[in-house]
Design a binder for this molecule. Structure first.
Ligand SMILES: [Zn+2]
Length: 320
């Protein structure tokens, strides 16, 4: 989904939930009326009184006597209604349809921009369409365990990197930095990039996670018409955060390199942040990629340090 589709879908989901909420409200009020039928009569009389008053106000008859009659009818009915409700132990607004979100009165936005209710749906959908949700559900900051790093020096490195990752999320809105995670396979790069991605999505950012190989396959499908849905690759450019996992594991061709360069370059130019992880060391990157890409990666990305430990292997051996 691109950003526009994501907003449309969010609105659709929200409207469905609001409609559901209103139906539940109508059922709740109907149940009150059933128990206290006089309340229903009063509410109907109040409505009739109101519409008669509106007609009166436009009729040109502005006599004070008539006006007072409407007023008294309304006040008497409201008083009776308040008494019935209070006797039944119900709040004074028990027969009014409430808003699902009182903050924005179900409009989805406030003076300050998008309302939290909208952002909440948006972030849930973002997460679903980010590529992160299915395999990476459990990869969060809370479940990132430092206990796998037995060596104190390794643990210290990872503590710093974890702290840095959390700060990255806190400062995401203002800093928009690029991160290059380099380290051996199993050292926690994917885990941390997913944790960052999830946390950023939960803040309402449009996050996109993809492996380098899958990203290239999507561009290939789009270019060579292998069933790719045109427009899907837009998200690699327009997402608020793009996570490219496992750079260097892709089948390398001139096309794959130009795709990676094109995405990285255009995001750097537009100031859109990325997190890229790779098993390669800096000098190995130069063997694998053209210098123009390597220099952008090494000069414009921050490189938090990862411990030289394969956590996956330790887990398998039962030593973690
Ligand atoms: Zn709201």
């Amino acid at each position: 989904m691109n950003r526009h589709e994501l907003f449309e879908k969010t609105d659709e989901v929200l409207q469905e939930k609001i409609a559901e909420f209103r139906e539940a409200e109508a059922r709740r009020i109907a149940a009150i009326y059933e128990k206290l039928p006089r309340l229903k009569e009063i509410d109907e009389e109040l409505r009739k009184n109101m519409s008669r008053f509106t007609a009166f106000a436009f009729s040109g008859d502005r006599s004070e006597e008539a006006f007072n009659r409407f007023r008294k009818t309304s006040l008497d009915l409201q008083k009776e209604r308040a008494e019935i409700l209070s006797e039944a132990g119900l709040p004074s607004n028990a027969c009014e349809i409430r808003h699902r979100c009182e903050k924005c009165k179900d409009r989805g936005y406030t003076d300050k921009g998008l309302c939290e209710c909208f952002k909440k749906e948006l972030s849930a959908l973002t997460l679903d369409s980010s590529g992160l949700s299915s395999d990476y559900k459990n990869k969060t900051f809370d479940s990132f365990s430092l206990s796998y790093y037995k060596n104190p020096a390794d643990r210290e490195k990872m503590e710093l990197t974890l702290g840095y990752a959390k700060k990255y999320v806190r400062d995401f809105a203002k800093k928009k930095e690029n991160l290059l995670f380099m380290g051996r396979s199993g050292s926690g790069k994917t885990f941390l990039s997913c944790a960052i991605g999830k946390a950023c999505a939960e803040q309402g950012n449009y996050v996109c996670y993809v492996t380098a190989q899958n990203m290239i396959s999507e561009f290939e499908a789009e270019k060579f018409g292998k069933g790719g849905k045109s427009g899907d690759t837009e998200r690699f450019f327009e997402s608020d955060l793009l996570i490219i996992d496992d750079l260097g594991s892709e089948f390398s061709t001139q096309f794959s390199e130009s795709v990676i360069y094109n995405v990285v370059n255009s995001r750097l130019n537009s100031g859109s942040p990325m997190i890229i992880s790779t098993n390669y060391r800096p000098e190995e990157l130069s063997d694998f990629y053209h210098e123009r890409l390597v220099s952008r990666l090494l000069n414009e990305f921050l490189t938090p340090v990862f411990a030289d430990v394969d956590v996956r292997e330790l887990k398998k051996l039962g030593r973690a």
